[in-house]
Write a protein that binds this ligand. Structure first.
Ligand code: ZN
Length: 254
């Protein structure tokens, strides 16, 4: 089937500096949105973006800075040893342990998002994959996995490696008793999958609390996944959220 084409196109870049600035702006915007959605839990949670030039380095939020206050100039660049090479704030050890391994294993993705959002972590405690209960949840049909092995705060890259292995080639992994992690070819996409996955967890929890939900039959869930679950759609779905946050909080661009 031909992929759906959109009249809105992703930006093209003429220099690595231009691409890097765009990436950092989207990253700062994603943090502001995560805060708006209530995904913050103290100092927990991180979104990372692979640098367009130094491919084994990633941009990330500094340790213990609230998502709602992050500006482009606050983002830090971390190398593959976990050293901060741009910016003067420290990196969260768990962010490095998990995201360095996800970025290393998934050269096809630019960004990864993780936080301790309420419905995601509640759902994660059930040790189950999401079912295709709604059109939106079909984005994850046959495209997410379960990391079924909680042993404490992830501080070792070895555990990050096991999380990356559980993620496999999917767009998301449910970390049991912990929360959700999503990836994407753009920051926009990774952030959108996180937002919609959190809401899909909420929808399934609500539906199962109220009764016995009827899943979308396999054949239609498979088709819907090809319609709502692709990278271009993930990117597109983020655009109205970006427009909203950059208008409301233009200081994120500083
Ligand atoms: Zn975590």
């Amino acid at each position: 089937m031909e992929p759906i084409k959109f009249p809105i196109q992703q930006p093209e870049f003429h220099s690595v500096e231009e691409e890097r600035l765009h990436l950092k702006q989207r990253l700062a915007g994603a943090f502001r949105l995560f805060s708006k959605f209530g995904f913050d839990e103290g100092a927990a949670g991180h979104i990372t973006a692979r640098d367009p030039e130094k491919k084994d380095h990633f941009w990330v939020n500094p340790l213990a800075m609230h998502f709602s206050q992050i500006k482009v100039s606050d983002l830090i660049l971390v190398n593959h040893h976990g050293e901060v090479v741009e910016g003067n704030r420290p990196v969260n050890a768990a962010a490095f342990a998990i995201h360095s391994q996800v970025h290393a294993a998934r050269q096809d993705v630019t960004a990864a998002a993780h936080s301790h959002s309420v419905y995601g972590k509640s759902w994660s405690s059930l040790g189950r994959l999401l079912e295709p209960l709604t059109q939106d949840a079909c984005a994850f049909y046959n495209d997410h996995s379960l990391f079924d092995d909680y042993t404490g705060v992830v501080l070792e890259t070895e555990e990050g490696r096991r999380i990356a292995k559980a993620l496999g080639n999917h767009k998301a992994v449910i970390l049991r008793n912990h929360g959700l992690l999503t990836v994407g070819k753009t920051v926009d996409e990774a952030a959108w999958w996180f937002i919609t996955m959190e809401r899909s967890c909420q929808a399934q929890l609500l539906a199962e609390a109220a009764g016995k939900p009827l899943p979308i039959p396999e054949e239609h869930a498979k088709l819907t996944a090809t319609q709502v679950g692709t990278s271009p759609v993930g990117w597109l779905m983020f655009q109205p959220l970006w427009d909203r946050i950059v208008k409301e909080q233009p200081d994120l661009l500083e």
